[in-house]
Ligand binder design. Structure first.
Ligand SMILES: Cc1cc2nc3c(=O)[nH]c(=O)nc-3n(C[C@H](O)[C@H](O)[C@H](O)COP(=O)(O)OP(=O)(O)OC[C@H]3O[C@@H](n4cnc5c(N)ncnc54)[C@H](O)[C@@H]3O)c2cc1C
Length: 381
């Protein structure tokens, strides 16, 4: 992976993530895909490596990584385990929401927990009828003295089976659309929470995906994250950073596909020669290499923009749109280049092809990224 112009400490961290994920995650990820275990089996190791507190400030024992370092680390993790990459990406995104929006009286105590495997986080925005349009959320939280009483059902929640903390979008004030929606930090140990796994996913099978039902859950009003009624804009701000994580996940998958392509092209012979010698095979490899390089540049630029605090929301949308669609094209070619072997699970590209598919869907579909990009362009020109 490219880590040019990063400092020595950052490069060492990226290298450590690479070594760890290839040694400890790759084989497990293949097992998780076959239904044996899940990423939660390795949460203590992820915690030990600091991967659960990558972007948590150093003052509260986090690694305090920049977005550039964070995205390079996620690419390394995704190379070996796309399921672990999304798990870490969501947990770290929730940590950033806490850092930015939590009540000052609670912020530090929550952040101090963030690197601990028992304090795993989830981001609960989507509902059955509110996906691309989270303003249609029906989950509500009625005020009762110093508490909110939360009821409703969230769907598709990554980390949802094990999470201790749910950053949850709910309507706390009367209104429609985004009006009245607020973000709440919900303690998963509270009474009235039911978690059910979503089975039968096409890919990233090692990552937890759940339906979370809230039935009269008591949430202290101090657990409001940001201004009451400003929950949708806070969620979108969080997703803006989260999209860099998903773009990085896609780039890691694409790099793994490309490496598998090159290795198989050198190994496989047809017509008495290595298939690497065929121009059609070379074209697949060359196109994949160039598209991946472009994706990495867009990710690095989006990450740098965030590190520089530039107000450029379309940078992460561009990175996510391009990297995730490129990863799907590259995974398609990887299967094609492997011929029949690419179609069976024994060969890793079969899994990578399925794992890549989700990246154009979650944290905003490609169509929604195009809406964001076009809106910015039209607004500014
Ligand atoms: C494995 C997995 C993990 C997930 N993890 C989480 C999570 O942790 N937390 C969470 O809150 N959510 C999560 N999600 C939900 C995910 O973010 C949504 O699935 C996604 O935003 C799309 O919403 P939807 O599925 O309701 O599709 P819809 O919004 O119903 O979209 C259907 C189609 O319509 C298109 N479309 C919709 N609106 C427009 C528009 N304005 N213009 C053009 N096209 C449009 C979409 O692009 C799509 O092609 C996860 C989903 C999956 C599958």
């Amino acid at each position: 992976m490219s880590d040019h112009a990063l400092g020595q400490d950052e490069s060492l961290l990226i290298r450590a993530a690479r070594d760890f994920s290839r040694a400890e995650l790759l084989d497990r990820d293949r097992q998780w895909d076959r239904g044996v275990g899940s990423v939660t089996d390795v949460l203590p190791q992820l915690s030990e490596m600091g991967l659960l507190a990558l972007m948590t400030p150093e003052e509260v024992d986090g690694l305090g990584c920049s977005y550039r370092t964070y995205s390079a680390i996620l690419q390394e993790i995704a190379y070996a385990s796309p399921s672990t990459a999304v798990t870490i990406s969501v947990h770290n995104m929730v940590g950033l929401v806490v850092d930015r929006f939590a009540d000052p009286s609670l912020r530090r105590s929550w952040l101090e927990l963030w690197g601990d495997a028992k304090n795993f986080g989830a981001f609960a925005i989507s509902e059955a009828n509110a996906g691309s349009d989270p303003g249609a959320s029906l989950t509500k939280a009625d005020r009762n003295g110093d508490n909110f009483i939360l009821s409703g059902e969230k769907m598709w929640i990554t980390n949802g089976l094990t999470a201790r903390w749910f950053v949850t979008l709910a309507r706390t004030l009367p209104g429609e659309g985004k009006a009245g929606l607020s973000l709440l930090m919900v303690d998963g140990d509270s009474n009235g929470i039911d978690r059910a796994p979503i089975h039968g996913k096409m890919g990233i099978r090692g990552s937890e995906t759940a339906v979370i039902a809230f039935d009269g859950v008591v949430v202290p009003t101090t657990h409001l994250l940001g201004e009451e009624g400003a929950g949708l804009s806070a969620s979108l701000a969080a997703l803006d950073g989260g999209r860099i994580g998903i773009a990085a996940q896609a780039a890691g998958i694409a790099q793994a596909c490309l490496d598998e392509m090159i290795s198989y092209a050198h190994e496989r012979e047809q017509f008495g020669t290595k298939i690497a010698g065929f121009p059609a095979i070379q074209q697949m490899i060359a196109d994949s290499h160039v598209e991946l390089a472009a994706a990495k540049e867009l990710i690095d630029f989006a990450a740098w923009s965030k590190d520089m605090c530039h107000d450029d929301r379309s940078a992460s949308s561009k990175a996510k749109l391009y990297a995730t669609e490129a990863a799907n094209r590259i995974a398609y070619r990887a299967v094609q280049l492997h011929g029949g072997m690419g179609y069976v699970n024994e060969c890793r590209v079969e899994q990578l092809f399925r794992d890549a598919r989700i990246t154009t869907i979650y944290e905003g579909t490609s169509e929604i990224q195009r809406v964001v990009i076009a809106r910015e362009l039209l607004k500014n020109n």
